[in-house]
Design a protein around this ligand. Structure first.
Ligand code: SF4
Length: 410
């Protein structure tokens, strides 16, 4: 790999830190996870330091940049236990943040979130707790290969509240095969009753190389059909809206004032820096990603090599597609006044008209955004718009996947 061209770039607004350890791998998970009961914390802290050394060498930053959000994802960050304060010390050697305004999220698994851990995280400065609930049905949790049961999930949410977290997110997975009985509506109601300020609702996917993916490939498991998938998604959208949650992104629902600022930085094209195996960064138009597996990441850094596996400098056409994709994920959508899109509105006017009539697109004032039924068709809508743009400019990029799929499921 050649040296990434990031010398002198603007520092990031957000920091992401990947904690790669899990006690057990859930059946659907394809994240960068190292399965162990004894996380190699000393090595992990040392590697974070080395990863940071590399970044400051590459960029030439000579004073600690100020960040607005910090996100500790995984893996299972709750296996860090009460070492969150130590992580804060490692990060504060290189970055600064205002403790009165920073949004600092840490993900947790109900199986390892004790009251003592939650309290120590509050003391360390964590402001937002994310709990991987996934379901309130013991059979569903067992089928997913989760370590906790429904009462464990309820207990974890209660622990978070009693430790003083005002911002709590709960993840829920929908779209399970029809052979897995489940009362989805009751589960959505339960998450609301648990008093969380934020809910992330993700559709199950059968990723290759996961136990679930193999079972689907061999025909043992059949994934849910599109109709039921849509029904579950739209029923969650409706139920959460009734309880005052605003859907501000395809998978994200928040009580007013409780949106995740960190994720907004991904969607609005801001810069961010990622540490740890598999972490991605975006700085000055350069996208970089770290070595995926923990062992390879650890070995690379300890051998004095870079944590980065590779990088790409995105071109104007690709940036435009990326912005289209990211903006359509959110309820802000795109502005028709933005010069970047002027020609697209002209060339795709008939598409937008048809989608608006179908109820997939909402046009209000200067903005165009997707509705919930539109989000279910995000792939095809963005691809169709992209194709028009491609015809017009011959320089577009492409993306795969639908936006409701998970970015993290601790
Ligand atoms: S889904 Fe979360 S808890 Fe389960 S293996 Fe993956 S990272 Fe670990």
């Amino acid at each position: 790999m050649t040296t990434p061209p990031v010398h002198g770039v603007e520092p990031p607004r957000s920091l992401y830190v990947h904690f790669p350890f899990c006690v057990h791998r859930c059946h659907y998970c394809d994240f960068s996870v190292h399965r162990t009961r004894a996380p190699a914390l000393e090595d992990w802290f040392e590697c974070l330091d080395l990863d940071l050394d590399g970044w400051f060498r590459l960029t030439g930053w000579d004073t600690p940049p100020e960040v607005e959000t910090v996100f500790i994802g995984g893996g299972t960050p709750s296996l860090l236990g009460s070492e969150m304060g130590r992580l804060a010390d490692v990060l504060k050697k290189r970055f600064r943040w205002d403790p009165t305004s920073v949004e600092w999220t840490a993900e947790s698994n109900p199986a390892s979130l004790s009251r003592a851990v939650a309290e120590s995280w509050r003391e360390a400065g964590v402001t937002r707790l994310s709990v991987g609930v996934q379901s309130f049905d013991d059979d569903v949790l067992c089928w997913l290969g989760r370590l906790h049961n429904a009462s464990g999930a309820r207990r974890a949410l209660a622990v978070g509240r009693s430790a003083g977290f005002e911002d709590i997110n709960a993840d829920l997975i929908f779209g399970l095969p029809e052979t897995v009985p489940r009362d989805w509506q009751t589960e959505v109601d339960s998450i609301v009753e648990a008093g969380v300020t934020h809910v992330s609702v993700y559709g199950l996917t059968a990723e290759p190389r996961t136990p679930l993916g193999r079972r689907v490939e061999s025909g043992v498991v059949r994934m849910v059909d599109g109709e039921r998938y849509a029904e579950e998604y739209l029923s969650a959208v409706e139920a959460l809206a009734e309880k005052g949650y605003v859907q501000y992104e395809v998978s994200s629902f928040a009580q007013p004032g409780h949106e995740c600022r960190h994720n907004w930085h991904y969607w609005d094209g801001s810069s961010y820096l990622g540490l740890g195996p598999s972490a991605h960064s975006y700085l000055g138009g350069v996208r970089l990603w770290n070595v995926f597996r923990w062992e390879a990441y650890r070995r690379a850094l300890k051998d004095g090599a870079s944590a980065h596996e590779d990088y790409e400098v995105t071109g104007a056409g690709e940036n435009r597609m990326e912005r289209l994709w990211l903006a359509f994920r959110t309820n802000r959508g795109l502005s028709t006044r933005d010069p970047l899109w002027q020609s697209a509105w002209t060339s795709a006017g008939d598409l937008l008209e048809a989608w608006s009539e179908a109820g997939w697109v909402v046009r209000s004032g200067d903005s165009v955004r997707l509705s919930a039924p539109g989000w279910l068709r995000m792939d095809e809508l963005v691809a169709a718009l992209g194709a028009r743009m491609q015809e017009e400019q011959k320089d577009t990029g492409s993306r795969n996947g639908d936006g409701i799929r998970k970015t993290d499921r601790t």
